[in-house]
Design a protein around this ligand. Structure first.
Ligand code: GDP
Ligand code: MN
Length: 396
């Protein structure tokens, strides 16, 4: 589950991680009230208005703007709320901005220069350990840093049995070139950040930039937080942080039906049981000259109701030109799946894209006969290659 910047910052703050403070607003009036409150609490005279959407690169798309007066807060937030924000990380049509974060300006001048860093916490799948990845090149997109100046990215692996140790926090602050109070603040920042990551069952914390202010404070200016869905049962208080407006409507609907569905850009819909077979099926479609329109794992119980639900989800995608059903009957018998497909097809009425069904496993022969005798416009296949050839023939 992805969170908005303001929600991620709330979690960080609750673990003692210093953040750029802000208040969320749904319209220009609320934004002005938020700005007044921020001034009362922090003394700030300038503000940053930040679009709250699940996409990075907002600054580049006009979703992060400085406002130097309450009047500018009103103007900027009035324009930003309701706009379609297009950033390097959104689709071409962009994302609708429903709310903004009115934040204190933290790039104020002072005794020293401000500097921006990159700090993230994530799982290193190679070692099975969490790691802190950090760089002196903050504020830039980290993929570019990785490509152009990979020596400026550092990692610190954390032993799960000890958590982050003081010497590791000091090494991070040292490698970031910090001294004095900023050095001390950074050790506290990364220590609390790591603790927050583990305690919230997050799968990603990406803080870009982490700012060293002109008076040597270290704080999170941005926060990209992803909570591991599999751990949400342990965090009932996070459940209401989900913002369905930010998620693909079709994926949300599929999720509600208990289907594992990921929307993709191609033209061949697939319905498969098991994630591994689903991946193999997507490869098969590519080899046949098609592009998968989705990843869909119907799970172990591919009965008529589930098959019908899966059909209805796949057919919502107007790009789908053919559907490939690839089911391995292990626990579930193929003839029951075949009957499910036939029933679902009849219930749905006019499905006007060709359907290719490959059923393999227990009672595959009975299943094939059921499909062939059904009189429906469904092609059956037994072998992988045969299914691929049939996909190729319908796309031609
Ligand atoms: P992103 O573009 O979606 O990653 O949004 P960020 O929250 O990272 O903000 C983008 C950029 O806006 C930052 O890298 C900063 O340079 C700038 N920015 C953020 N907060 C402030 C602020 O308080 N004052 C000023 N002057 N700039 C800010
Ligand atoms: Mn950022």
């Amino acid at each position: 589950m992805n969170l908005h910047e303001y929600q991620g910052k709330d979690i960080l703050s609750s673990f003692g991680v210093r953040i750029q403070r802000g208040i969320v607003a749904k319209n220009a009036n609320e934004a002005v009230a938020a700005a007044k409150q921020l001034t009362a609490e922090t003394g700030t005279g300038w503000y940053v208005i930040k679009a709250q959407v699940h996409a990075g690169g907002r600054g580049k798309g006009g979703g992060v703007k400085l406002a130097k007066s309450l009047k500018e807060v009103e103007e900027v937030s009035g324009k930003m709320i309701g706009m379609q924000l297009i950033t390097p990380q959104t689709s071409a049509e962009g994302k609708k901005v429903h709310q903004v974060l009115v934040a204190e300006d933290v790039y104020y001048p002072g005794a020293s220069e401000t500097s921006e860093f990159y700090v993230s916490v994530l799982l290193n799948r190679g070692t099975g350990r969490n790691m802190i990845m950090y760089s002196t090149e903050g504020g830039m997109d980290i993929e570019t840093v990785a490509e152009e100046t990979p020596h400026l990215i550092f990692t610190e692996e954390i032993d799960p049995s000890t958590g982050i140790l003081p010497f590791q926090a000091r090494r991070i602050a040292f490698n970031l070139g910090l001294e004095g109070n900023a050095f001390k603040e950074m050790t506290k920042f990364v220590t609390n950040l790591y603790t927050a990551y583990v305690a919230s069952d997050a799968s990603l914390f990406e803080i870009n930039p982490v700012l060293k202010t002109s008076d040597d404070k270290i704080m999170a200016v941005d926060a990209k937080v992803t909570i591991d869905d599999n751990a949400l049962y342990r965090h009932k208080d996070y459940l209401n942080l989900r913002d369905l407006r930010e998620e693909s409507a079709i994926e949300v609907e599929a999720g509600a039906l208990g289907l594992n569905y990921v929307d993709l850009d191609g033209n061949v819909g697939c319905m498969v049981n098991g994630a591994g077979l689903a991946m193999a099926t997507m490869d098969l479609i590519k080899q046949a000259g098609g592009e998968p329109a989705n990843f869909l794992d119907v799970g172990g119980t591919a009965d008529a109701a589930r098959v019908e639900a899966a059909f209805s989800i796949i057919l919502k995608d107007p790009a789908v030109k053919a559907i490939l059903i690839n089911i391995f009957g292990g626990i579930v018998r193929c003839d029951r799946v075949a009957q499910g497909i036939i029933d679902a097809y009849k219930n749905m009425g006019n499905i006007d894209v060709p359907i290719i069904v490959r059923l393999q496993g227990t009672n595959a022969d009975i299943a094939k006969k059921l499909i062939d005798d059904s009189g429906l416009d469904v092609m059956s296949a037994t072998e992988f290659q045969e299914a691929a050839d049939k996909v190729q023939s319908v796309l031609a």
